[in-house]
Design a protein around this ligand. Structure first.
Ligand code: SAM
Length: 212
């Protein structure tokens, strides 16, 4: 993700607390109260500029969505889209995925989307990969027993690493797509990265994982 310095990003997030949750730890176990309706909760980790989560929230008013992004200067782009769209089923969280257990109760989340995560190809950076075992343990805790992790990437190295990591962790691989765009899937909403890299000819990989 190319980061542009956006000096007013922080202020903008603070000005729109109806969309960007300021004290997410106070919502732990109570996310349904934050939305108009109590309904299934899907979160995207590393939502970038938000093309995927905005489109998903538009298509699926029967689901509550939370877009999670570490970088202030990036999540502000999702906020700008949400100020236009005013989707009642979308909230944004500017936090680090490694802290998710502070913000979500055990078994609170129905689905996690992990989209085009940074590959961190060097071995010494393995622990930073969002499919490293410590992250899987966080996902297992906050997901409902039948909840799913949907992981998409164009990076073959990260995909292979992740399949091994899921397997070593003891997670269950429900679906594996080695070429998502030529596969028969019910719905595939593209992220910004997915659009960019598939246009370049990169293959898109996907795995669906559960923990029970
Ligand atoms: N998902 C988007 C897409 O497919 O277009 C963005 C992909 S970009 C390569 C990865 C994003 O994940 C970046 O915006 C980065 O800031 C975010 N990210 C990386 N580590 C994170 C973490 N620990 N917690 C939350 N977001 C993170």
């Amino acid at each position: 993700m190319r980061l542009r310095h956006k000096p007013h990003a922080k202020d903008k997030l603070l000005e729109h607390q109806q969309f960007v949750v300021k004290d997410p730890e106070t919502m732990k176990g109570k996310w349904n109260e934050r939305f108009g309706k109590a309904q299934p909760l899907h979160i995207e980790i590393g939502c970038g500029k938000g093309q995927f989560i905005i489109e998903m929230a538009k298509r699926h008013p029967e689901i509550n969505f939370i877009g999670i992004e570490l970088q202030t200067s990036v999540i502000v782009s999702v906020l700008e889209k949400q100020i236009e769209a005013e989707l009642p089923n979308l909230q944004l969280l500017q936090v680090d995925a490694r802290e998710l257990k502070s913000y979500f109760e055990k078994n609170e989340v129905d689905r996690i989307y992990l989209t085009f995560s940074d590959p961190w190809p060097k071995n010494r950076h393995e622990k930073r990969r969002l499919t490293y075992k410590t992250f899987l343990s966080v996902y297992e805790t906050i997901l409902k027993p039948k909840g799913e992790l949907h992981f998409k990437t164009d990076n073959q190295g990260l995909f292979e690493y992740s399949l091994t990591s899921f397997s070593h962790y003891g997670a269950l691989l429900t679906d594996v797509y080695l070429d998502l765009h030529t596969s028969d899937v019910e719905e595939n909403v593209m992220t910004e990265y997915e659009e960019k890299f598939s246009k370049k000819g990169n293959r898109i990989y996907k795995a669906v994982v559960s923990f029970t």
